[in-house]
Design a protein around this ligand. Structure first.
Ligand SMILES: *[C@@H]1O[C@H](CO)[C@@H](O)[C@H](O)[C@H]1NC(C)=O
Ligand SMILES: *[C@@H]1O[C@H](CO)[C@@H](O)[C@H](O)[C@H]1NC(C)=O
Ligand SMILES: *[C@@H]1O[C@H](CO)[C@@H](O)[C@H](O)[C@H]1NC(C)=O
Ligand SMILES: *[C@@H]1O[C@H](CO)[C@@H](O)[C@H](O)[C@H]1NC(C)=O
Ligand SMILES: *[C@@H]1O[C@H](CO)[C@@H](O)[C@H](O)[C@H]1NC(C)=O
Ligand SMILES: *[C@@H]1O[C@H](CO)[C@@H](O)[C@H](O)[C@H]1NC(C)=O
Ligand SMILES: *[C@@H]1O[C@H](CO)[C@@H](O)[C@H](O)[C@H]1NC(C)=O
Ligand SMILES: *[C@@H]1O[C@H](CO)[C@@H](O)[C@H](O)[C@H]1NC(C)=O
Ligand SMILES: *[C@@H]1O[C@H](CO)[C@@H](O)[C@H](O)[C@H]1NC(C)=O
Ligand SMILES: *[C@@H]1O[C@H](CO)[C@@H](O)[C@H](O)[C@H]1NC(C)=O
Length: 795
């Protein structure tokens, strides 16, 4: 996750001038049948954050609207308008907003004409006692006498999303709510700019529209976990968490912010920009935390057919062509790209892998396919230009969890950034690969060698490179290492393997031996012959041989506590196995931190990076984000925070500062996950708590740890041992790095069950406020700012 630190410009939004006809008299938070609201009145939420009343956005107009605005700030900011397209225009002193006899909210003018009303189809319950309340979240709710909410303004947003609001994106696969911008700076009527699900793509992508034309498109929804970020400026921090929740029928967007944050909202501006704003108390104005579009080529189709907007190479994103394509016109990149080699259609066509892509628009979604079937679907049809595949099963999605997309027309509106998707594009001849992955690949090779000790697996990382003789390979690699300031020790021993050995072992890279492929290259299983563990550089290919781990990663077995489908997998991890995994991972990290000759900070410890061998022994994997500290270096910082939200320690997420203690933090999170079987950020599972840490701390404090422990291990576990582990986990996730133990201390605490433990401090950073999860569902990564929030890399 990237923080917004240092990239934020403060932009003032146009000041809204609201005229209030006369001093307000009424200021309760409720509207009842006997007490309507008149233009001289307003409702103020209990807590005082929001107000509701009659507003008139300009001096000159005599139009009156019912609106909700922030009550506590000097700059009038309207977050909701009821009758945006039907204002009160007649002299208005006896206009009123009332709860009618049949329990609907009704706005009428002086003549008694109804200008706006709710239609809840609430069967007249006699009308007695129904009331409307303005809540302190900014939600205006109409409730029946027994407290049931029959209508709420949060279900009918205008142009603004507030924390905890749920914007229903689709219902039963059809687009549901949308946001519409104002028509102009002081005209709240429905404008041309809107934001909603695309009706033509199986509710898999979101658009900002200009009228009916696409203006900006989101990436295709996929299944990664909750996204979020941190905004940090002059002592004020906002941690926010965005999520798309899929409950089967419903797909909604919601976001929350950390406790104590200033006011924030997302709003769709009449200029077509979606802005994430926060109130700056010092400056007494709104600051833009983030907004989209950021770059010119972020707008829909701005790089033309087959072109993509590249956010990875230059400071300013530019339009680029995929390998095998060139610009149609060298002076105007928005004209798009065309093929250098025509397609022949037949066996000679190849598919080129483009990693980190925002997938193009106008796809066909083919259901119920495996990766191979999806690839075959595309390669067999000459008019298929590309395909992409995602397996959504890890989120606990039910039904068809495959997402096979194929493109039978020209490719449009692509971007390259830190997306986790691969796009496979049809090419006329053999693909040429991009060399930008080089530094990212070499380092994982070194790090893996430090960890793995026997190997039967070949990983080829295809790269354009210089022809290199085996003798110079080691020198090259050491040159690379010493050229980065990340490595202190140059005397690393790297075993080199001959290319011929690998060719034999994989039957000349036969497809039968291929286990899978990803952004870095293909993975093969050894067919026969013997390979040593090590690496090999052959012409333009870099190959790594390492241990084959037949079991999957830890997350596969661990999660899905409330999903019966997964009970078998979870039962494979009994308490003794889990404890062994906890100890194994702790020792592995201790090794990285202090027992190897280098100090290695992993920076991305999480359940999916813990692989399990057939004895269920853990192996730490994925060193794509790891850093090596030199000599006695203790801490470093970066402007580019990468990692996984939820596992990132507060000082890293907020300030980019990392040390061995940030790994301790991630380990603590992992430990709590292993014990509970809950994901760090699965809000719907954790009742009234914002995340697992807060939940665990509260249960531990109240002595109710049985509630935390995964039900599938309760029977056979030793509660004392589990309790001690939770205690250790809570020590690891303390807010202050200096309070967290070193991993060597953790290993010791795990081994010596008698060693007294200190009392963990209450975690505060991640205690999000106003969290009100109601339904179970599965969470997908999604962001309004696609290019900036999903900054996981190195896969
Ligand atoms: C609105 O009216 C007030 C007082 O009459 C005046 O000070 C202000 O400049 C006016 N604003 C606009 C935008 O005309
Ligand atoms: C609502 O009910 C009250 C008394 O119960 C009655 O006086 C009033 O006329 C009713 N209003 C409407 C619009 O039916
Ligand atoms: C509350 O009242 C409504 C009718 O106004 C009814 O439909 C609902 O079932 C009631 N809910 C409860 C919990 O009693
Ligand atoms: C608020 O504005 C002040 C003055 O420009 C600035 O120094 C400060 O960093 C801002 N605070 C936040 C939280 O953005
Ligand atoms: C940071 O905020 C404090 C008040 O919270 C203010 O006094 C100080 O000037 C601000 N610093 C900067 C650099 O704006
Ligand atoms: C929307 O389209 C209209 C005309 O088609 C154009 O005038 C306007 O500038 C567009 N809006 C944006 C935000 O591009
Ligand atoms: C570049 O090409 C686009 C798309 O064909 C066109 O709209 C635009 O006017 C061209 N720009 C220039 C400077 O020629
Ligand atoms: C999916 O495909 C498999 C075989 O490929 C078939 O057995 C299964 O019934 C299909 N499921 C659906 C929902 O179409
Ligand atoms: C998706 O992945 C799961 C395990 O991660 C696997 O069991 C399943 O077969 C995969 N589905 C497809 C369609 O490949
Ligand atoms: C190939 O795809 C096109 C476009 O979807 C379709 O019209 C055509 O029937 C397909 N051809 C075959 C052989 O499947």
């Amino acid at each position: 996750m990237r923080t917004r630190k240092g990239v934020m410009d403060m932009v003032r939004i146009p000041v809204l001038i609201l005229i209030f006809l006369s001093p307000f008299c009424q200021s309760s938070n409720q509207l009842t049948q006997t007490k309507p609201l008149f233009p001289k009145d307003m409702l103020i939420s209990e807590g005082g954050d929001f107000a509701l009343g009659f507003i008139s956005p300009t001096n000159s107009s005599n139009k009156l609207y019912i609106g909700i605005w922030y009550h506590n700030i000097p700059e009038r900011t309207v977050v909701w308008v009821a009758n945006r397209d039907n204002p009160i225009t007649t002299p208005s002193s006896s206009a009123k907003l009332a709860v009618s006899n049949n329990s609907e909210l009704v706005l009428s003018d002086s003549q008694g004409h109804t200008l706006w009303m709710t239609t809840t189809n609430n069967i007249a319950s006699g009308g007695a006692g129904a009331s409307a309340v303005l809540l302190n979240s900014g939600n205006f709710v109409l409730q029946s006498p027994n407290g049931t909410i029959v209508w709420q303004s949060f279900d009918h947003p205008t142009d603004t999303m507030l924390p905890t609001m749920r914007v229903m994106l689709s219902y039963k696969g059809k687009p549901a709510m949308h946001l519409s911008a104002w028509k102009g700076p002081d005209d709240p009527s429905t404008g041309e700019i809107s934001y909603s699900m695309d009706p033509t793509s199986d509710a898999l992508q979101l658009f900002i529209w200009n009228g009916t034309l696409p203006y900006i498109r989101s990436s295709v929804l996929s299944d990664f976990s909750v996204s979020g970020g941190a905004y940090h400026s002059n002592g004020t921090s906002i941690m926010y968490q965005e999520m798309v929740v899929d409950t089967g029928d419903k797909l909604y967007f919601t976001y929350t912010v950390s406790a104590g944050s200033p006011y924030t909202h997302f709003s769709l501006h009449y200029t077509g920009r979606m802005k994430f704003m926060s109130w700056n108390n010092t400056k007494s104005s709104w600051a833009v935390i983030d907004e989209t579009p950021k770059a010119g080529c972020h707008l829909y189709a701005s790089c033309g057919l087959y072109g993509y907007c590249d956010h990875t190479e230059a400071m300013i994103p530019t339009c680029q062509c995929p390998d095998g394509f060139e610009h149609v016109e060298s002076l105007n990149f928005s004209r798009g790209c065309w093929r250098k080699e025509p397609l022949k259609c037949g066996d000679e066509d190849n598919f080129m892998t483009m990693p980190n892509m925002k997938l193009p628009d106008k796809f066909l979604h083919i259901r119920n396919r495996s990766f191979d079937q999806c690839a075959a679907e595309c390669s067999k049809n000459c008019s298929c230009m590309a395909y992409a595949y995602a397996n959504l099963s890890n989120t606990g999605a039910v039904g068809d969890t495959s997402r096979c997309l194929v493109w039978t027309g020209d490719l449009i509106d692509m971007e390259k950034a830190s997306y986790l998707e691969n796009l496979y594009i049809r090419l006329g001849k053999s693909p040429v690969q991009n060399k930008s992955n080089l530094p990212k690949i070499l380092f994982p090779i070194i790090a893996c060698l430090l960890l793995f000790t026997s190997g039967v697996l070949v990983w080829t990382c295809k790269n354009r490179g210089k022809r290199q003789k085996k003798k110079v390979q080691k020198r090259k690699m050491l040159e690379y290492l010493s050229s980065t300031d990340e490595v202190g020790d140059k005397n690393i021993e790297i075993p080199f393997i001959s290319f011929e050995n690998i060719v034999t072992a994989t039957d000349n890279f036969s497809d039968c031996n291929m286990l899978g492929k990803g952004g870095f290259g293909k993975v093969y299983k050894r067919g026969h012959g013997r390979v040593l563990l090590g690496c090999c550089i052959h012409e333009d290919e870099k190959l790594l041989v390492y241990e084959y781990l037949p079991n999957k990663s830890l997350d596969y077995f661990l999660f899905g506590r409330f999903n019966v489908q997964y009970s078998t997998r979870r039962s494979m991890l009994q308490w003794t196995t889990r404890f062994k995994i906890i100890q194994g991972v702790a020792r592995g990290i201790m090794y990285l931190h202090q027992d190897s000759r280098l100090t290695i900070i992993h920076r991305d410890l999480k359940a999916s990076n813990i692989l399990l061998d057939k004895e269920m022994s853990p192996k730490i994997s994925d060193f794509g984000m790891a850093r090596i500290f030199c000599g006695d270096q203790l801490q470093a910082s970066t402007n580019r925070v990468v990692g996984t939200y939820g596992y990132m320690s507060p000082e890293y997420a907020m300030e980019g500062a990392f040390s061995v203690k940030s790994d301790t933090y991630s380990f603590g999170v992992l430990l709590l996950e292993i014990i509970s079987g809950l994901k760090i950020s699965s809000p719907h599972l954790i009742m009234d708590f914002p995340n697992l840490i807060v939940y665990a701390w509260n249960l531990w404090k109240d002595g109710k740890i049985e509630d935390l422990v995964d039900t599938s291990i309760m029977e056979n576990c030793c509660l004392y041992e589990v309790s001690r582990c939770i205690h250790i986990g809570l020590l690891c996730v303390q807010d202050s790095p200096s309070c967290r133990p070193l991993m060597s201390e953790v290993v010791f605490m795990l081994e010596d069950k008698m060693k007294p433990l200190s009392t963990p401090k209450q975690p505060i950073y991640f205690a999000l406020r106003d969290y009100e999860p109601r339904e179970a569902g599965n969470i997908r990564e999604f962001s309004i700012y696609d290019t900036s929030l999903t900054a996981l890399e190195g896969r």
